[in-house]
Design a protein around this ligand. Sequence first.
Ligand code: NAD
Length: 498
Amino acid sequence: MTVVKNICCIGAGYVGGPTCAVLAYKCPDIKVTIVDLSEARIAAWNSDNLPIYEPGLDQVVFECRGKNLFFSTNVDAAIQEADLIFVSVNTPTKKTGMGAGMAADLAYVESATRRIAEVAKSSKIVVEKSTVPCRTAQSMRTILEANSTPEIHFDILSNPEFLAEGTAIKDLLNPDRVLIGALQTESGIEAQNALVDVYTHWVPKDRVITTNLWSSELSKLAANAMLAQRISSINALSAICEATGADVDEVAFACGKDTRLGSKFLKASVGFGGSCFQKDILNLVYLSQQLNLPEVADYWQQVVTMNEYQKKRFVRNIISTLFNTITNKKIAVLGFAFKKDTGDTRESAAITLIKDFMQENARVAIYDPKVEPQQIYMDLAEPGVLVGAQEQVEKKVQICQSAYEAADGADAVVIVTEWDEFRDDQLDYAKIYAGMNKPAFLYTKDTVTMDRIQQTSGAKSTQPTIPTTRITTKTAVRPTRASLARRDMVQKQKQQEQ
Ligand code: NAD
């Protein structure tokens, strides 16, 4: 029976960092070393200012760092020491060559695998943590086996990560499931059991699922595609709601009450963002095309197409309510990260929206509590611009230190990321309104905030009213607190009348 005592994680990013920090936290008997080629990233992991923001992460890292958790750029030494190696490197969508714009770029996975093959001096369990197309483990196995000797044997496992940024620590401490795929050979199953033993330090055994290697790889793409599909479905319905007078919150609530559907991920929005959904669906589309399944490819492609349509529709509605022109108007964008509680901006809807505002010659003021200005400049620069990106973007956008500064003199405020600090019980909307050009417009995808603003505005006649526009994209897994309260009141009245 193999017992894991020393783990190396290649890739200290959004997945490798939190995942292996929690592993070290929950397994004090295992030494965990997280390595990366980026010196800056490793230096940040070794500092008080961690390179990524994730609620609860500081506490976990500060508790174990220097005890059984280490961050290093010495990739080779960590590989040599480890019994088990997680490969948690980036797998972005390919930009050029065959499959450009769709297929996952596996260059980083391949280079990490080749490094393991080159420097390993003892047998290893190699775990594919990155999200990869189905059957990538086969290529990894070929590379590793070409370098194996009678003394050195490699087993490959697939252990895709299901954490969501913003709730990573919570998800890792209490996962819905952990999935471990292995080749169904004697040594494959032994390696699988060794990783099961690591996770069962804190995850109940019935939540650790073991499958064959290919099912595990495909399940990750399938889960992300299905989650994104629900968002695109409710967003498609939100367009129908606006055209018919139906309320998407109510439709989502009514549908979500069906236990076969459930309420999660039925939240209409400006569109999904983040580094995974779009990339993984396109990955699945490409896989379907390669397998000569064009109808299947078209089906999943539509989920992405719908998402792009939703973002465009949001912008169109903003422009049309602002009297069909935003030229020289100041638009305050609150939030730039792809969702709250993360500083990650990859594929954030904010990027598309702001680029569209810039195209229309609007003046854009941006505030986000966790995204660094440098990141915003990079994201908004024209593709390929690495030098002078800041100067180029600075001409058109202003990056602000607070929501009040961004909204000062603005014609419209657009809440793109639902950070808690933009809720109406945290932000003084009367003050925001007072500083804005009139008529002032507020656009939000969060009906909770909006309903409460409307309610407050209605309740206190002295309070200034911001003319809110119920744009395209209203939330709703469930009705808002305000509408629930209204519904309860109506029901009570009816009961009293009876
Ligand atoms: P990331 O870009 O934040 O981190 C990847 C890190 O790997 C980088 O710091 C990079 O420098 C490092 N790296 C690349 N090649 C290397 C090499 N050969 N040796 C050492 N270090 C190397 O990416 P991420 O968001 O952590 O994602 C990693 C993988 O996990 C991807 O496949 C992604 O699809 C998947 N995933 C991401 C999430 C998420 O929410 N971000 C969730 C689940 C799965």
